[in-house]
Design a protein around this ligand. Structure first.
Ligand code: MSP
Length: 519
């Protein structure tokens, strides 16, 4: 689908927590993917934002003696500031307190009431106040009558509620999973959902009466809409799908269905089962892929403030101050938990990745190549005369294979795979320099054309690798573009990465991309 719209979303983050590595990670993953799409010339929309309603936010605000709306404004601004700090390029930052969102949620719930997918009934069972979630007798028993998240005792509940008829969607959800094996990725996460689906789906209470900080149920103001239902709708209210006559919808409705909905593993059930069922009930198309990554842990343990291993903005900022923003993005992308296992964020691992990949490989290759062009050709890129002493590399074939591999991996949201393909070009350049030894050949005047060809090929290969890495290392690739005069991104990455794009006589300035840093 070369010209189709692409849409990527992060979860929207609760405002009763402060931004930390988890939030920065998911948003960075989406940012890298979105930037890569833009470089390819694809039309992409990237959404993130904050989830601001519910009892927990109401309580957190009360503890600080603030009105919930003032409190939400403050923390939401903090999230937005963090996104800017880390250079994240979302097209929209949605807030669930945005009146356009609220209005559309009421429209959607109203439609579900009309179709009978939402009905009024009585809930009898257990309530997990911390999670604002109702549990059936079976679920509560399994959890020993304490919250699986906070460990606090569950409260007995009997309440009039509005329910979503999730039970009516069992067959269609199963069919969705069977017909679209890529609907939930990675595979291990998909299997978890399939296992739970076999237990059978039950209707979900979707309204609350024990607090007021939320969106009122249409025609029954004594109930507010359950925060999860309110939140899930953000993915389509941001595109105006609940108000097709709006200018928002005119500009954005074509982005639905989403290409990727990236989330953490703990909120998979909502996204893999409840969300598609809501969309089915509204006759809307399914997202192409819900991608549930694993968690960053720290020093081998779940992050927690009391354990002192918490990685908040301060710690990330400190990393960024020392190593730079691109280095942080690179580390998150290559070492991050996109697969089925958690990843440890350790400062020593960070340092090693930085030194091995960015200093010793990419930085060193670019600096060696540009230094030799400086020394032997006065900083002017020599031509490729075809005269080359071995090295045994079919550069055009080799790079075109890696370019295809890098683009295909990014299409699968395999960030590490995409980066690896680019880095394999750089490593090949390094080996090529060692094999052909232009620094030795340069001592012989009659070999000048050969030295020129070798260095031309090195610079050209590095240029291609840099173009592939631009979504991950935007600041450094911009610097290299300036120093080596290969212009701005053309918006056609595939064409830009074709061998032969670096003309002879281009001015190649000496670069030092990544300084060595003491551990
Ligand atoms: N508001 C809900 C989501 C609603 S989406 C319709 C929510 N918010 S949250 O603030 O708790 O953010 C959860 C998300 O933050 C996770 O799904 C994940 O994307 C990210 N992370 C939080 N902690 C994390 C780690 N330790 N590691 C990686 N990402 C994690 O849930």
């Amino acid at each position: 689908m070369p010209n189709a719209h692409r849409y990527i979303t992060t979860p929207i983050y609760y405002v009763n927590d402060r931004p930390h590595i988890g939030h920065v990670y998911t948003t960075t993953v989406c940012d890298i993917w979105a930037r890569f799409q833009r470089l390819l010339g694809r039309d992409v929309f990237f959404l993130t934002g904050t989830d601001e309603h519910g009892q927990k936010v109401e309580q957190s605000a009360a503890e600080r003696g603030m009105a919930p709306s003032v409190f939400a404004d403050e923390i939401s601004a903090e999230f937005r500031g963090a996104m800017d700090l880390f250079g994240l390029t979302h097209d929209e930052f949605i807030r669930t307190t945005d009146p356009q969102h609220e209005q559309q949620v009421r429209t959607f719930v109203g439609r579900l009431m009309e179709s009978g997918d939402v009905y009024r009934g009585t809930f009898e069972g257990w309530y997990d106040a911390g999670q604002e979630e109702y549990l059936t007798e079976t679920q509560a028993k399994e959890a020993d009558y304490v919250s699986p998240v906070s460990g606090k005792p569950l409260e007995r509940a009997r309440q009039e509620n509005y329910f979503f008829k999730l039970s009516g969607y069992q067959d269609r959800i199963e069919a969705l999973f069977a017909e679209h094996p890529e609907f939930v990725r990675p595979e291990g996460r998909r299997n978890e959902v399939l296992g739970r689906l076999r237990e059978g789906l039950q209707d979900v209470p979707i309204s609350r009466t024990n607090f007021t900080w939320g969106i009122p149920v249409p025609d029954d103001e004594s109930h507010v809409i359950y925060v999860w239902i309110d939140a899930l709708f953000n993915y389509i209210t941001a595109l105006g799908l609940g108000d097709l006559s709006s200018s928002r919808a005119a500009d954005r409705h074509e982005y639905w269905p989403a290409t990727y909905q990236v989330i953490g593993k703990e909120i998979l059930w909502f996204h893999a089962v409840i969300w598609p069922a809501l969309l089915m009930a509204l006759d809307l198309p399914m997202p192409r892929c819900v991608y549930a990554h694993s968690f960053w842990i720290s020093d081998g343990k779940k992050m927690s403030k009391s354990l002192g291993n918490f990685i908040g903005l301060e710690q990330l900022q400190a990393c960024m101050d020392t190593y730079g923003r691109d280095a942080l993005r690179y580390f998150l992308a290559v070492q991050g938990p996109l697969g089925s296992t958690d990843a440890d964020f350790s400062r020593s691992q960070f340092h090693e990745t930085y030194t091995t990949d960015l200093v010793n490989t990419l930085g060193n290759c670019a600096s060696r190549t540009s230094a030799m062009i400086g020394k032997y050709f006065e900083g002017i890129c020599p031509p490729d005369t075809g005269e080359c002493a071995g090295g045994g590399v079919e550069w055009e074939t080799f790079t075109s294979e890696q370019v295809a591999r890098s683009i295909a991996a990014m299409d699968r949201l395999d960030l590490a795979g995409s980066i690896e393909a680019a880095m394999s070009i750089v490593r090949r350049v390094d080996a090529f320099i060692n094999d052909t030894a232009p620094f030795k050949l340069a001592k012989d005047q009659t070999k000048a054309a050969m030295v020129g060809t070798i260095l031309h090929r090195c610079a050209e290969a590095i240029r291609i690798a840099a173009c592939l890495l631009e979504a991950v290392l935007p600041d450094h690739v911009a610097d290299l573009r300036t120093a080596w005069n290969f212009g701005e991104s053309s918006g056609d990455l595939a064409a830009e990465c074709r061998w032969g794009g670096l003309p002879a006589r281009t001015v190649i300035e000496k670069v030092m991309l990544f300084p060595r840093i003491e551990a």
